[in-house]
Design a protein around this ligand. Structure first.
Ligand SMILES: Nc1ncnc2c1ncn2[C@@H]1O[C@H](COP(=O)(O)OP(=O)(O)O)[C@@H](O)[C@H]1O
Ligand SMILES: [Mg+2]
Length: 466
């Protein structure tokens, strides 16, 4: 999303917008920095255009209003909001601007190996943080309604932050519970009662979403396409047959009991948050809460180390070699440059300086950016992905990028950008390629990235850790 001609993004609460972190479609999230405070943040921008409807405005205003009152260790902190209207004269880009704490660790699920997941202690650690955030949100009379991997982020210290209140709803007002009627959320995470026509209770819907997230943490994939009998997996879940199949047949007693308790089809019999918090699986003793930031990052990315993804993301620079004192752009990373984010290798040396990239879906190649981008585009088209025809050039980094759009194995839209810039280090010249996600599940995005890296035309040029 580049600003329309002659217009600039406004500073929000003294924070200037910088590089794009994610998005680019309906919304775009920028890194933002405040020179005076020497701190960094993130700013979500939704443009106001002649096509913006009153309904969309109402929803954005609700997102701002609700998110700004939710203050909790496991909820992304909302800092300030600003709305710039089109009045013909403004020099700013019209839009809704939401300034938030920077989730410097990026997407939680970007760090998890698809089809593998994370170990039970790590899953318990992050699931308990999710439930703690959710319990707080529900206590404020709010429900999230869009719990899914792409809305669970990590702070610079590796703490889970629930983000994106775009679909939230007030379920308790002045002490009175009200049922909800809107059908929303994406199918793999949505609770089965939403396929019925009746109004539904709010809290059990979020509990179901958290259950799907728990399964995804444990196995690196969602359990079904949708909670209806159109999905063969869900149909076999309903009959219980699925429990004899992989990966369900690998789940042990307590974990299975918890999953089945949460993913109970009848919302009146589904576990509630209090029961979840008291469940033995959530209370198993574990060393994870005592791990230091480096060990936590290592443990989280164990699957990516085993499958070789980490070695592709940072081929030349193992974590120990990163100079802790080196600053990115002066002060700008504030708390972002932590031992946790350093161990995740989110900082790397590029042609244009030390660069912070929250996604690990990147690799290096021995050919020029334009050659690499051409090979990637040809391959993506050959596997049925849509690729934008025009190549976007970024003058600041002399990088080139294209847009990709397609569907994942669950039938969900996934989209993003493939950005390539020149790279030269220790006598090696070539390209640095980042897959930056806009829409879709980070696990599916990672699978697409890996398919490209392993493709017969790209793979011969990929630089791997020696
Ligand atoms: N505060 C933040 N810090 C870092 N990344 C963020 C932040 N907020 C959002 N993102 C990234 O941007 C993506 C989209 O943000 P989100 O609020 O979920 O918008 P949308 O309503 O478009 O889904 C997230 O999935 C995440 O990758
Ligand atoms: Mg989102």
């Amino acid at each position: 999303m580049s600003p329309p001609t002659n217009r600039k993004y406004p500073p929000i609460a003294g924070y200037e917008l910088g590089s794009v972190i994610a998005g680019g479609g309906f919304s775009c999230v920028f890194r933002a920095t405040n020179a005076e405070l020497r701190s960094s943040a993130a700013c979500k921008v939704v443009l106001i255009t002649p096509q913006t409807t009153p309904q969309q405005r109402k929803e954005l205003e609700k997102e701002i209003k609700v998110h700004s009152i939710l203050k909790h260790a496991n909820v992304l902190e909302f800092m300030a909001a600003s709305v710039v209207e089109e009045n013909g004269k403004t020099r700013w880009v019209p839009g809704y601007y939401m300034l938030m704490e920077l989730a410097a660790g990026g997407d939680l699920f970007d760090k998890i190996a698809p089809e593998v997941g994370i170990d039970h202690d790590m899953a318990q650690h992050y699931f308990n943080q999710l439930i703690s955030g959710l319990s707080f949100i529900h206590g404020q009379g709010i429900c999230h309604r869009d719990l899914k991997p792409e809305n669970l982020l990590l702070s610079g210290a590796g703490v889970l932050k629930v983000a994106d209140f775009g679909l939230c709803a007030v379920w308790r007002h002045k002490g009175q519970e009200r049922k909800l009627a809107e059908r929303c959320g994406s199918l793999p995470y949505v609770a089965p009662e939403l396929s019925l026509p009746d109004p539904y209770r709010a809290e059990p819907v979020d509990v179901w979403g958290a259950g799907v997230v728990l399964f995804t943490l444990l196995f690196g994939s969602t359990p079904w396409d949708e909670p209806t009998t159109h999905s063969p997996e869900f149909a076999s879940y309903v009959t219980g047959e699925i429990l004899r199949q992989d990966p369900w047949n690998r789940i042990n007693g307590d974990a299975l009991d918890l999953l089945l308790g949460i993913l109970t089809i009848d919302p009146t019999k589904r576990l509630n948050i209090t029961q979840i918090r008291a469940h033995p699986w959530c209370n198993r003793s574990s060393q994870v809460p005592q791990l230091g930031p480096t060990a936590l990052a290592q443990r989280l990315t164990r699957g990516l180390q085993m499958n070789g993804d980490m070695a592709l993301a940072e081929p030349e620079m193992p974590a120990e070699d990163v100079d802790m004192d080196e600053e990115d752009d002066g002060f700008a990373m504030g708390g972002a440059k932590s031992q946790f984010t350093q161990s995740l290798m989110l900082f790397s040396q590029t042609q244009s300086g030390m660069k912070y990239t929250p996604n690990l879906t990147r690799f290096y190649a021995s050919i020029s950016p334009s050659q690499l981008l051409t090979l990637i585009a040809q391959f993506l088209i050959s596997i049925g992905q849509q690729v934008s025809e025009d190549v976007h050039e970024d003058k600041r980094t002399s990088g080139v990028s294209i847009m990709v759009r397609g569907k994942d194995t669950r039938g969900l839209v996934m989209a993003g950008w493939v950005e390539v810039e020149e790279f030269s280090r220790e006598g090696t010249r070539g390209s640095r390629c980042v897959f930056r996600r806009d829409k879709g599940n980070p696990l599916s995005w990672r699978l697409l990235w890996k398919t490209v890296v392993n493709s017969p035309t790209v793979e011969p040029f990929v630089l791997k850790r020696r």
